[in-house]
Structure formats: structure tokens, C-alpha cells
Design a protein around this ligand. Structure first.
Ligand code: FNR
Length: 383
């Protein structure tokens, strides 16, 4: 079995008259999701801090072209990778995406089940609608990581990462690019910030330290929790030296997410991180910033294999996965596309979107002349 075989299933179903339930082209998939979501929810996902960086993220992929080679043996193919001593069947992880209850009530639980069924690690956001423990429960032994929005209070940070460790999460992803929320025109237009009506706060309202400081529990009155969340959510005063407190709080590998400058990659290494995620948050934070893919080669050169380098912001298809690998990524995170799958078909929709990206990666890799993902390198591309 290869991931590419997924296309046979679709063609075979076609013999019986069946057509894919969700549109195949990514633009059409997003459009269809837009038809079933409220305007507010759709734009919360589709929008950014403006459009310049979102467009640049995609345009950067277009500037690189794959240079296929012929008559290599690609009958047996291997997309597997190893990350932190765990072998994963593919180089894909699910990016942390918060507050999925604005898409569907099952939210992260549906995504977790889809991810677990394919052994694709899910990175659960701090601002999820279901607690990290309930998400873990649906996943059995399959891989999961926890993303930390690094709160103001060290006690809360410690409590969150220790709960993640207890609940079987394999790594902590600390997102550094969100010391505050950016100016987001569409969300401002809709005056829509779901946290303010209590959505996406399950990891906080289930936290003993967080609950202790509340005048009234969230079951009675959500407002004190929302207020405490707003105080705690982010801390603009944090600097590199604060990483030491997180390091002490957990034995799990710590990755930092949001690195786009090679000097920050150097600082991250100097401060003992175990992995780096090159990302500009899908263009949702600094509009006008460098495209994530354009930041990748210099970061990878700086890291020079000392820790894993992961990548997100713009991954839409198989060629993108291969291009990111060729430019130095060990693995990639899929973001918005799986949310469109969630919107259209719940758990099945998420699974289908993941399978499509993996099938496309497998087939494109083979057709470019490579049998093993681990052999994909800079020679695959021309600029
Ligand atoms: C995000 N992202 C994000 N990142 C993070 O570290 N914690 C979070 O809670 C969220 N929440 C979130 C919500 C929504 C609606 C989006 C679209 C994105 C960023 C995410 O992890 C990833 O970096 C981007 O989605 C990558 O860009 P693309 O490929 O989705 O365009």
C-alpha cells in the first residue's frame, strides 16, 4: 500500500457513479467550506493580518519548480520520518488551530480521531474548545503534541505543560509569534473574537491553577474566566531567557514556532530548544513579513541538522511538501486545509483532506524520480 493508492479508491468509486463528497481543488474546497460556515467563522480561518504575507506564502512556492528525473526505481516508496525517536509514517503533522468549535461542535475531537486513524500527529492548540485530556482520550496511543500560548504566569505555564506530559503528549510547541493578536481587518469588520464569548478556553477552565483564581466558576458564569484568560493569554515581556523556566517544567522536547530569522534560530539553539518551526502563522500576525518558505533555507542552514526543522504557512499540496523538504524542512504542518475538511464533513472530511495531501505527495515524489522522502534534497528544485 502506498498513499498514492488513494486515487484508485476515488476512480473505482467513480465506476459506481460516486463522486468525491468534497471538491478536489483546494480553492473549491475553501469556497465550499465558505458556503456552509457563518461569515464570521469563515473569515476567522481564511483571513489574516492583511493579504500581503498570505499571498507571499503561496507565491514563494511558485518560484521553485521541481526538476523531475526519469528511470529511477520508484516501485517501493517510503514517506516515513523519525522525530524525537518516534517513527512516523509520513512527514505531515496537523498545525495547531484554535477554537475549532466555531467550525463544528465536535471540533478538536473530530480532528483528533482523523489524525489518530492515520497516525498523523495532531498539534493541539492551547485555545481549544475541548480540554487536552479529553482530546488525548480519543487518540489512544497515537502521536500528539501540545501547543503552548505562553501565559503570563509561570504557574499556569507549568500546569499546562505538565498536564500535557501526563496526558501523553509527545512534545511542547511554544508559539512565539503571538505576543498579542495582530490587526486583522476581516475579524474587526465582523467584530468577531470567539474567545470573548467563552469559546476555545477549555484548557484554561479545566486547569486547577486557573480555576483557583476565579471569583465564580465558568459553569456558573463564564465572564470571570474570559477576563482571567485575557490577562493570562500572552505576555509581551517574555524574552529568550524565560525559556529556562519552561525547560525546568517539563521533560518533553520543546519546539519553538514562528521562527523566520536565522539569528532567532541561533538564539533558540543557544537557549536549548529541541526543534524549530519556521512559520509566519499563515500570514495572520505580521502582514508584509517575509514569506515563510523564503525564510526556511537560511534557518535550516543555521540549524545545520542539530535539531529538527519543521515548516508551515502555505502547504496546500504534495509539491509543496516536497519543496519544503528540499529547502530544509524535516516535516511540515498542514493548516487551513484540514479545517475546510472539518467544516464540510467532520472527522471524515479531515481524514480525506490529509489523505489527499499524502497521496499527492507520494505520487509527485515518485514522478519526480525519488523513492524515499529522506532522499529529497535541494537538487530536486530549480528556482
Ligand atoms: C492558526 N494558527 C495557530 N497557531 C498556533 O500556534 N496556535 C493556535 O491556536 C493557532 N490558531 C490558528 C487558528 C486559525 C484559524 C488559523 C488559520 C491558524 C497558525 C497555524 O498553526 C499555522 O501556522 C498556519 O495555519 C499555517 O498557515 P496555512 O498553511 O494554514 O496558511
Amino acid at each position: 500500500m502506498h498513499y498514492g493508492d488513494h486515487q484508485l479508491k476515488i476512480y473505482q468509486a467513480g465506476l459506481k457513479g460516486a463522486r468525491p463528497r468534497m471538491p478536489m481543488r483546494m480553492e473549491d474546497l475553501e469556497h465550499a467550506a465558505g458556503q456552509v460556515l457563518s461569515k464570521e467563522s469563515y473569515w476567522y480561518v481564511a483571513g489574516g493580518a492583511g493579504e500581503v504575507t498570505m499571498d507571499a506564502n503561496r507565491a514563494a512556492f511558485d518560484r521553485y519548480r521541481i526538476h523531475p528525473r526519469m528511470l529511477t526505481d520508484v516501485s517501493e516508496r517510503d514517506l516515513s520520518i523519525t522525530l524525537f525517536d518516534r517513527t512516523l509514517p509520513s512527514p505531515l503533522l496537523l498545525a495547531p488551530i484554535g477554537v475549532q468549535s466555531i467550525i463544528r461542535p465536535e471540533a478538536e475531537l473530530a480532528v483528533a480521531k482523523a489524525a489518530a486513524s492515520l497516525n498523523v500527529p495532531m498539534i493541539l492548540s492551547t485555545v481549544s474548545a475541548h480540554s487536552m485530556e479529553s482530546v488525548a482520550e480519543t487518540m489512544g496511543g497515537s502521536p500528539r503534541w501540545f501547543q503552548l500560548y505562553w501565559p503570563r504566569s509561570p504557574e499556569l505555564a507549568e500546569s499546562l505543560v505538565q498536564r500535557a506530559e501526563q496526558a501523553g503528549y509527545d512534545a511542547i510547541v511554544v508559539t512565539l509569534d503571538t505576543k498579542m493578536m495582530a490587526w486583522r481587518a476581516q475579524d474587526l469588520q465582523n467584530a468577531f473574537l470567539p474567545f470573548l464569548n467563552g469559546q476555545g478556553l477549555a484548557n484554561y477552565t479545566s486547569d486547577p491553577w486557573f480555576r483557583e483564581g476565579l471569583e465564580r466558576p465558568p459553569e456558573e458564569d463564564m465572564w470571570p474566566s474570559v477576563r482571567r484568560w485575557a490577562e493570562q493569554f500572552a505576555d509581551p515581556s517574555k524574552t529568550w531567557k524565560d525559556l529556562a523556566t519552561l525547560r525546568q517544567a517539563t521533560n518533553l522536547p520543546i519546539l519553538v514556532k514562528g521562527i523566520v530569522h536565522p539569528d532567532d534560530a541561533r538564539l533558540a539553539l543557544e537557549h536549548g530548544v529541541d526543534g524549530i518551526i519556521v512559520s509566519n502563522h499563515g500570514g495572520r500576525q505580521v502582514d508584509g513579513s517575509i514569506a515563510a518558505l523564503d525564510a526556511l533555507p537560511d534557518v535550516a542552514t543555521m540549524v545545520n541538522g542539530r535539531v529538527p526543522v519543521l515548516f508551515d504557512s502555505g502547504i496546500r499540496n504534495g509539491a509543496d511538501v516536497l519543496k519544503a523538504k528540499a529547502l530544509g524542512a524535516d516535516a511540515v504542518l498542514l493548516g487551513r486545509p484540514y479545517i475546510w475538511g472539518l467544516a464540510l464533513d467532520g472527522e471524515d472530511g479531515v481524514r480525506e483532506v490529509i489523505q489527499r495531501v499524502l497521496a499527492d505527495t507520494d505520487l509527485t515524489m515518485a514522478l519526480a524520480g525519488k523513492a524515499n522522502f529522506s532522499d529529497v534534497d535541494r537538487d530536486l528544485l530549480v528556482e
